[in-house]
Each structure stands twice: as structure tokens, then as C-alpha cells.
Design a protein around this ligand. Sequence first.
Ligand code: NAP
Length: 320
Amino acid sequence: MAKPLFDRIAIIGIGLIGSSIAHAVRAQGLARHIAIADASEAHRSEAAALKLGDSVHGDAAEAAQDADLVMLCVPLGANAAVARHIAPALKAGAIVSDVGSCKQAVIRDVAPHLPKGVHLVPGHPVAGTEHSGPKAGFAALFQNRWCILTPEAGTDAAAVEKMKALWGAFGSKVELMEPRHHDLVLAITSHVPHLIAYNIVGTADDLEAVTESEVIKYSAGGFRDFTRIAASDPTMWRDVFLNNKEAVLEMLGRFTEDLIALQRSIRWGEGEQLFNLFTRTRTIRRAIIDAGQETAAPDFGRSAQTGTAAVTDPAKPKAG
Ligand code: NAP
């Protein structure tokens, strides 16, 4: 058991990511006291029943009082209001961090509210599932996954080191990145793929010539895998697209151009172009498997019994 890194950690928002952090902190003994706050009474009751923290609060400022580390684990759109509300309760020297999927927006929304002497170290665990709420969390979610920290230049070095140690103790690989670069990288690796999944499942649902029961009955690997991504939390993903607008639009522009080129290749029967692209993309898949970011199992690690990935299966992660 590691020596506690923090006396009191406050986790604001006890959903999938917040509860996974609570489990991981508890499992590794990284805090003497875990204070939990959530706006939802139902989620507070669930968190208390699951014993995710030592205290559970309806008021985020109460949880943040005397905390050495406050982790904001709420949807991106709630960060500004939460930061404004907890600011007067923060003690000097405290670290405020978060887990949001876009980083420029978090800095824009949180930094202006923090008192002098409080250190903002934004973070993004590139790990997740399509499930939400306190019951969805598990300690192994972050194991062997990347956590990207995006502190601004001049941020207290000791605070950054502490956050690196925390995520390292969760089993994550930690990388520092410029917030703008983070948002561009995640736009192409996570945000645009989610938009494509939402779009293709929506298109299939709108089709008049194909019935809904046919879509479900004949859902082959391709469509079925899109539906898993398209089942992700609507609030979280609405906020991602509203808060990473610039980078997503830039990547969508590139994507649309390439899609039109493919459309043209199909129309003109340019088999060689199609074959060459599909050969190139295969090597990317192999590289992801070689990097340990995905299973090479032909069924993508689906359980043979249930036909679906278990909620607690850390081998079937999804980046937010
Ligand atoms: P989640 O399961 O929906 O949890 C969010 C929790 O915060 C819910 O319990 C929600 O309650 C609560 N909440 C909302 N507004 C609040 C407020 N103003 N004060 C206190 N609590 C509030 O979401 P999540 O998947 O853990 O995502 C949280 C953050 O992690 C997001 O910023 C997301 O970008 C980031 N992230 C997610 C993933 C992923 O795959 N899910 C991966 C990496 C990062 P209600 O449900 O009642 O609103």
C-alpha cells in the first residue's frame, strides 16, 4: 500500500470517471479522506451505498473545503459554475485538476475563478466506457492507459509532479501536452470518430427502405461496433462538441475531403486507390495492437457468453 499522496481528495461528480478515481484512490491508499460531491441525489445515495468515499456532500464547496486536491469530474459544461462555487472554499496551496475531454475549454472556464496560490493542473485520462454513473466505475479503468496533463507554462512544478504521481499510481502512462495540441489530437482520435458513429447510427435509424428490425437483425461487425460508441453519454458528448468546436471542425474538413475522394473512387471504379488506402489503414490497426492499446482477439474481446463486453472489462476501453 502506497503512502497517502494527499490528506483529503475531493471528487466533484461521481459518475464513471469520478467513481473510477474513488476506487483507484481507495485501492492504492492514496488519500486519508475521500470527499465526494454530486448534484444528483440518486448518485449521492449510490456513492454512499458503494462506500466510494468517506463523506458525501450535496454542496461541492463543502467537499472542497480543506482538500489538498479537488478533482472536477463533471460534464465540461458544468466546470465554470462548479469552479466559481468552490473557489472561496479552496485552501492556499490546493491543487485543482479535472478529467475533461477538451483542455482549452477547461482552462478558459476554471482558471479565472481560482484564487491566487491554488494550482490548476488540467488532466485527461484517455480511458472510458460507454457507461455512466457511480456504478459504472472500476479501479482498473486507468491501468495501462494514457493520462494527458496540460498545465500552462509557469504552473507550480511540485503540483504537476504530484498529479503525475497520482496517475502513475493508478497505473496510467502520463504525458504532458500543450492544451491546444491535446484538443487537435483528441479531435481526430476520439471526437470525430464519435461523431461518425452517432451519424451512421442516426442515418440507419432514419432509413425508410430498411426497417429498424432489419438494422438490428443484420447488424454485422461494422455497424454493431458503431452502436457501442453511439451509446455514449449524450450530455458528455454534446459538451465535447460544444467545447472543442475549432479542432473538430478542422478535422471534419479534412475528413469530408477524403470521404469525397473515396466516393469518387467508387463512382469511377478506381479499385487500386481503394485497395491502397485499405492496405495503409490495416497497418495503423496493427500498430495500435502492438502498442497494447487494443486486443487482437477477432471478437474484439467480447465475452463469448454474453455477446457484449462486461462493464468491468478493462480490456475493452474507450477513450473520451
Ligand atoms: P457521468 O458518468 O455522467 O458523471 C458525471 C457526474 O457529474 C454525474 O453524476 C452528474 O450528475 C454529475 N454532475 C453534473 N453536473 C454537476 C454539478 N454541477 N455539480 C456536481 N455534480 C454534477 O460522466 P463521466 O463519463 O464520468 O464524465 C465526466 C467527465 O469525464 C467529462 O468531463 C468527460 O469529458 C470526461 N471523460 C469522460 C470519459 C468517458 O469515456 N466517459 C473519458 C475521459 C474523460 P447527473 O447525471 O445527475 O447530471
